[in-house]
Every structure is written in structure tokens, then in C-alpha cells.
Design a protein around this ligand. Structure first.
Ligand code: GDP
Ligand code: IMO
Ligand code: MG
Length: 422
């Protein structure tokens, strides 16, 4: 019986879906504890590619229970479509559960997300436009709608009426936008509520039962440490806590139950959306990483900004998550580069800084240069068989991050990985 967490150690898209799918082999239950359909997690199994937004990445194993915890925000329309898409591909959803106290992303949240980004103009966050920020805002402001309030219909109707009293004021007075009607909101959501309602339960009790029965539970993070509302590059962050602490508040699990926390980091660094990125490469190496690593967002299709690995930020992720290990993905993408740089500290106003708890445009990265390798490493399954320079690169990262690299990704398929203990 173990309780393990996987979190993103960077700005999201580190390969959490793939690592969850791989590690979930040994788990009985897979739980998402935060974020919503702003996430896009890719799992590749042979010729089949799955892009999961809300359903946990453990769903591809028929015997596992998959849970959306209370810390997640749920878009019923997109969740129902995702569930239908999976069912059409033969994925069994009998063992999929949704927390009754998770908050619902409503149609006005999506509208407000886009209107606010437009209002901000050049100061925009670069959100996914999925309504995440407004949904979490309403949760904290104590005017949100929870999954348990979607049914019965009269309760939902009442909740929409109350919500629109406020939301229409904002739409009309702040954004000069069209108000929404109860009828249109209800109509937009009705079919999908019917689709998801059989899966709704008190997941807090469900997870406690699983624990008492000695089951192993795996918590799948979304987004990443640098997008965390508290520990990220504020204000260019998401509106939740994707770091390890989010498991306690987002899945009703106490910290004493957690055994391991694995941070997923790419062997380089990417970011979608706006905000500072000290090691960003706006040159042909950045393009090489984007092309070779297929660095385009799963949720929005936007090209990801690419840069060198940033050790001060990785050390920050190790600290705030209490990482017990790292999964270093996409090492294969670096094959073919003559030199690989790693940011080991910054210069700020003439001073050297090696420990940071956030990032800034002011930080000038100081690099250490490593020799690259040419070999294609996607077929390698044992650390000892990696090219010497690739081994040196990985060993240097674990030394600098003071955290063992337990898994190395050498390709997108679930089989394309090296487990260090082997
Ligand atoms: P997530 O949001 O953290 O689950 O990551 P995404 O799925 O958004 O982005 C990661 C991308 O990298 C996906 O296209 C994966 O298929 C791919 N990927 C994951 N691990 C590896 C790896 O080790 N090597 C390569 N080449 N691709 C990988
Ligand atoms: P996964 O789980 C990468 C980014 C957005 C934007 C900021 C705020 O696939 O790693 P939001 O819509 O959440 O209000 O946007 O956060 N962002 C992500 N970037 N991967 C993600 O998820 C992300 N989820 C949100 O691009 O910069
Ligand atoms: Mg992603």
C-alpha cells in the first residue's frame, strides 16, 4: 500500500500523463486533485494516442479506479465529450468517479476568462480560455456551483438564477457584454449533466475506504510548480495549487499518508502563455527543441516557448513539493545538439543568486555547458547503455538538484523509458 504523487516540476507539459500512465501500473486508484480541462496529458500506447484533459491518465487500465477529487474544477460539457470519446475507443468508465464537492466551470466563466484576457491586452496571462480562473475565483468568493448542485433540476435552476444575478452585472457593467439567460445556461449543460451524474459520489469517503482496504493510490498532478498560485511566477500562473500540498486540499488526503513525491521535469524547459522565462531560446536551438520535441500545446495548439533547463527553478520545485525523486523526460530530444547548456545561477544587479523562489525578467541566467551526443537513444532501456555525455548530463542534474533521477524518458511511448533501479 503506497500513496504516491506526481507533480509537474516546471511550467506544465513535462510529460506527467506519460509518467502517471507508467507508474499507475502498480496503483489501484488514480486521482486528479486540481486544475481542470486547462490540462492536456498525452499517453501513447503503441499506435494509439490519447489526449486526456480531465479524466485521470490511469483510465487506460480497465481494472483501476479513477477519481476527480474535490480540488478539480469540472466543465460538464467537455468532460462528457471526453468520456464519450474514450468509450468509443473501448475504454471502460465503470470505475470512474467525480467528487460531489468539486466546483463547476459554468458558461459565464468561459466567457469571462476570454473577456478579461481581451481587456488586459498586452498584459494578458495567456490563459487556456477554459474558464479556470473565474471558476476558482467564484469558489473562493463563496458563490460557486458544486457538482452536487447540478441535480435535481430545480436546485440547479435556483443556483443559476442566483449566480446570474451577479455574473450578468459583471458581464454588462464591467465588460459591456451580453448578459446570459437561465434558459441558455441550463440548455447548454443539461445533456452533459445526465451523462456525468452516475459517476458523482463522495470521493473523500471512497478514497478513505481505498486506504483502509490497503489499496495503493496515485495522485496525478496537472499544470506545474511554476504555474502554482502560491509558488509560481505570479501573476502568470493558473488559479490553483498544482504542487504536492494541493493533494491534501484537493483529494481529502492527509499529509501523513504520502510516501513519495515525484517531480516530472523535461531535460530542457518549455512554457505556454505569457510571463518571464529567463532561459528562453529565441534562436535556432529553440526552434530545434520545438520541432524535435513537438512542443505545441495539447489543449490550445499554441507553440510552446523553449529554453535550457533552469536549476534554480528546479531546486525551488524540489523544495516546495518535497520531491523524493525526479522523472526526467524528453532526454531523446537533446540528441544531436553539440552543446547543452544548463542555467546554474543568475546575475541580478551584479550579484550572483543560486536559490530563488520565483522568477523575474531581471534574472540573467549563468550557464554551465555540457558536451552533447549524437546517438538516437529512444531504444535504450538501461542507464549504463546511454552515451557517456548523456549519463554525465543526467548525473549532473541530480547532483545540482540534490534529488535522484528515478525515471528517464527517451521517447513518447509508455515503454520508452529507463528506470534507474534496473
Ligand atoms: P503533460 O501535460 O505533463 O502530461 O505533458 P503533455 O502531454 O502536455 O506534453 C508532453 C509531450 O511530450 C507529449 O507529446 C508526450 O507524448 C511527449 N513525451 C513525454 N515524454 C517524452 C519523452 O521522454 N520523449 C519524447 N520525445 N516525448 C515525450
Ligand atoms: P498540463 O496539465 C501548460 C498555463 C496557461 C497560462 C496559465 C494560466 O497539460 O501541464 P489557465 O487557463 O490555467 O488560467 O492559464 O497557465 N497552463 C498550462 N501550461 N500545461 C498546462 O497543463 C497548463 N494549464 C494551464 O498556458 O499560461
Ligand atoms: Mg500538457
Amino acid at each position: 500500500m503506497t500513496h504516491n504523487i506526481v507533480v509537474g516540476a516546471q511550467w506544465g507539459d513535462e510529460g506527467k500523463g506519460k509518467i502517471t500512465d507508467m507508474m499507475a501500473r502498480e496503483a489501484d486508484v488514480v486521482v486528479r486533485f486540481g486544475g481542470g480541462n486547462n490540462a492536456g496529458h498525452t499517453v501513447i500506447v503503441g499506435d494509439e494516442k490519447y489526449e486526456l484533459h480531465q479524466v485521470p491518465s490511469g483510465i487506460l487500465y480497465p481494472e483501476k479506479m479513477c477519481v476527480l477529487g474535490n480540488g478539480v474544477v469540472i466543465d460538464p460539457v467537455e468532460l462528457a465529450a471526453e468520456m464519450e470519446g474514450l468509450e468509443k475507443r473501448g475504454v471502460d468508465l465503470d470505475n470512474f468517479y467525480i467528487s460531489n464537492t468539486a466546483h463547476v466551470i459554468m458558461p459565464y466563466h468561459k466567457k469571462l476568462d476570454r473577456l478579461e484576457e481581451k481587456r488586459k491586452g498586452s498584459e494578458k496571462i495567456g490563459t487556456t480560455g477554459k474558464g479556470i480562473g473565474p471558476a476558482y475565483t467564484d469558489k473562493v468568493a463563496r458563490r460557486g456551483i458544486r457538482v452536487c448542485e447540478l441535480l435535481p433540476e430545480e436546485i440547479f435552476q435556483e443556483k443559476i438564477e442566483q449566480a446570474l444575478d451577479y455574473q450578468n452585472l459583471v458581464l454588462e457593467k464591467v465588460y459591456q457584454a451580453e448578459p446570459m439567460t437561465v434558459k441558455e445556461v441550463k440548455a447548454e449543460y443539461q445533456a452533459s449533466i445526465d451523462k456525468i451524474s452516475d459517476h458523482v459520489t463522495d470521493t473523500s469517503i471512497l478514497l478513505d475506504q481505498a486506504h483502509r482496504e490497503g489499496k495503493s493510490v496515485f495522485f496525478e498532478g496537472a499544470q506545474g510548480t511554476l504555474l502554482d498560485i502560491d509558488y509560481g511566477s505570479y501573476p502568470f500562473v493558473t488559479s490553483s495549487n498544482p504542487t504536492a500540498g494541493g493533494v491534501c486540499t484537493g483529494a481529502a488526503v492527509g499529509p501523513t499518508l504520502i510516501d513519495r513525491v515525484i517531480g516530472v521535469a523535461k531535460a530542457y524547459l518549455t512554457r505556454v502563455g505569457e510571463g518571464p522565462f529567463p532561459t528562453e531560446l529565441q534562436d535556432e536551438i529553440g526552434e530545434f527543441l520545438r520541432d524535435k520535441g513537438h512542443e505545441y500545446g495539447v489543449t490550445t495548439g499554441r507553440p510552446r516557448r523553449c529554453g535550457w533547463l533552469d536549476i534554480p527553478l528546479l531546486r525551488h520545485a524540489v523544495r516546495v513539493n518535497g520531491l523524493t525523486g525526479l522523472a526526467l523526460t524528453k532526454l531523446d530530444v537533446l540528441s544531436g545538439l553539440e552543446e547543452i547548456k544548463v542555467c546554474t545561477s543568475y546575475q541580478v544587479n551584479g550579484k550572483k543568486i543560486a536559490e530563488v523562489s520565483g522568477t523575474s525578467e531581471e534574472y540573467q541566467p549563468q550557464y554551465e555547458t555540457f558536451a552533447g551526443w549524437d546517438e538516437d537513444i529512444t531504444g535504450i532501456r538501461k542507464f549504463a547503455q546511454l552515451p557517456e555525455n548523456a549519463k554525465k548530463y543526467v548525473e549532473s542534474i541530480e547532483k545540482m538538484a540534490e534529488t535522484p533521477v528515478e525515471i528517464i524518458g527517451v521517447g513518447p511511448d509508455r515503454k520508452e523509458a529507463i528506470y534507474r533501479q534496473q
